[in-house]
Design a protein around this ligand. Structure first.
Ligand SMILES: [Zn+2]
Length: 479
């Protein structure tokens, strides 16, 4: 057993990571920075790749999906891939393309629901935005990350005096009741409409209009000016430089270690940044020793966007990206090198799991009540909502044993719906043997979720142990 200090230290590093990642773009950027500082080189999809043994690489798509890999010293085309897959997105509210709304003297921001969030948890939170902004500069069009650190938005609850059945049947309408307040029209005019509401190009002469401002009028019309002003101040740009932006609404309350005994993580986006982070850490740590020299495989992490909305996008797990990367890495060998590599490969599909809820324990199958601290959860579903099979679970048990990480099994009740993951999508598309796992947590898809500190350490150890031991376990199979 690892000491409490070791476990707590791993959890604190994760908390620091998650506090910098209000959007998938930020998550990918943080992963990228960790990889770069550990010797990984960036590849571009559009370039020709020359892959060398013992070298480490990564490639991104849409700035929201990242695949990173380290080439084993004994790798040759046709050998296997040891893959840990996870996702970078979480349910959230996203600022609409035209977000400008004024209601009852309030300046509001129109938002779209992304994924299956528990939306009532977004009420009465101190909210902000994070995402990417496309900026026109002297050298061209740049994509810049933005994360406003102060609470600028709020979705207020309706007082119980005005809704007496609040506690019995609060069911907000996702279009009309979930709209964040940005400011009041009164305050905007008090602070001088000119600063808060920049003049439209039609009010200025065409001679003074910047040649860089083709969308200025459109953008100013699309969003309430205090929001545009804050974004511009953050990035030190002028409104006319903004071509477009993609902003995610996020909680400003930071992720923390919690509980009387400092054993929990109270945090947004545990599903699934916990596994994205642990996969990255596991890969980096596994490449820190000499074992890579003897590895016949390529060690890989694949962190996809858009899992929460079904994975069907250019940067999602349903895209051809995973296959294209594996094909490229199998080229240069025999004509069937790729096909030969598939059965030698293995994927751990890592996504969060449901710990037993003390107040709703009847929602959990009585023999499969997974608990915080008690290990990484193996997810099994005979209806193939999870990709685990007898063979892949057996291989995982061997790896968990070697990694000294305890496992617990989860199946959903027969009368309950079951979530799914990127596991069945990728294993069906590629034929790679896959096991679905995750760390136990509560409050999944709430704006503020809850897990245990042990999860981060155990997940990292398991994924590291998988990279170190999978080729040997595979070689020991007698069938
Ligand atoms: Zn998930």
């Amino acid at each position: 057993m690892a000491s409490k200090e070791t476990v707590l230290s791993a959890a604190k590093q994760f908390v620091t990571f998650i506090n910098k990642t209000p959007s998938p773009f930020h998550a990918v950027n943080e992963v990228r920075q960790r990889l770069v500082s550990n010797g990984f080189c960036e590849l571009k999809e559009a370039d020709h790749w020359t892959i060398k043994p013992l070298q480490k690489y990564f490639v991104t798509r849409n700035q929201s999906t990242i695949i990173a890999f380290a080439v084993g010293g004994k790798y040759q085309p046709g050998n296997g891939f040891s893959i840990v897959g996870a996702h970078t997105d979480s349910p959230c509210l996203k600022v609409k393309p035209i977000s400008k709304i004024t209601k009852a003297g309030y300046l509001m921001v129109g938002v779209e629901c992304y994924g299956g969030g528990i939306w009532h948890t977004w009420f009465d939170r101190d909210l902000t935005v994070g995402g990417r902004v496309f900026v026109k500069t002297d050298i061209g069009i740049e994509s810049r990350l933005v994360h406003v650190q102060r609470p600028i938005l709020r979705i207020p609850n309706i007082a119980i005096h005005l809704m007496r059945d609040h506690n019995e049947s609060f069911g907000p309408n996702k279009e009309s009741h979930l709209c964040p307040v940005l400011a009041t029209a009164v305050q905007v005019s008090l602070q001088g409409g000119a600063k808060a509401d920049p003049p439209k190009p039609s009010e200025t002469s065409t001679q003074t209009k910047s040649p860089l401002a083709p969308n200025y009028e459109t953008l100013a019309d699309k969003h309430n000016s205090p929001l545009v002003t804050i974004i511009c101040d953050q990035l030190d740009i002028k409104p006319e430089q903004i071509i477009d932006f993609e902003l995610y609404v996020a909680d400003t309350q930071p992720s923390v270690i919690g509980g009387a005994l400092e054993e929990f993580i109270f945090s947004p986006r545990l599903d699934n940044l916990l596994n994205a982070y642990a996969a990255c850490e596991g890969l980096i740590q596994a490449c820190g020793d000499e074992s890579l020299q003897h590895d016949p495989n390529i060690r890989m992490i694949s962190l996809f966007d858009n899992e929460e909305v079904g994975s069907q996008s250019a940067q999602g797990a349903q895209s051809a990206l995973q296959e294209m990367v594996l094909h490229r890495l199998s080229s240069g060998g025999s004509q069937t090198a790729f096909q030969e590599a598939i059965p030698k490969s293995f994927m751990i599909s890592a996504d969060q799991a449901h710990a037993v809820h003390p107040n709703y324990s009847d929602k959990h199958e009585s023999n499969h009540q997974v608990a915080l601290h008690k290990g990484i959860v193996v997810k099994i579903n005979s209806n193939q909502r999870y990709a685990s099979t007898g063979i892949t679970v057996t291989i995982l048990r061997e790896i968990a044993n070697l990694s000294k990480v305890p496992l617990q099994e989860f199946v959903v009740k027969n009368d309950s719906p079951c979530g799914s993951t990127i596991g069945p999508i990728l294993s069906a598309g590629l034929g790679i043997p896959t096991v679905d796992v995750g760390a136990p947590q509560l409050s999944m898809h709430s704006i503020r979720e809850m897990a245990c500190i042990t999860s981060v350490y155990q997940a990292t150890e398991l994924y590291k142990g998988f990279f170190l031991n999978y080729p040997e376990v595979y070689a020991s199979l007698q069938f």
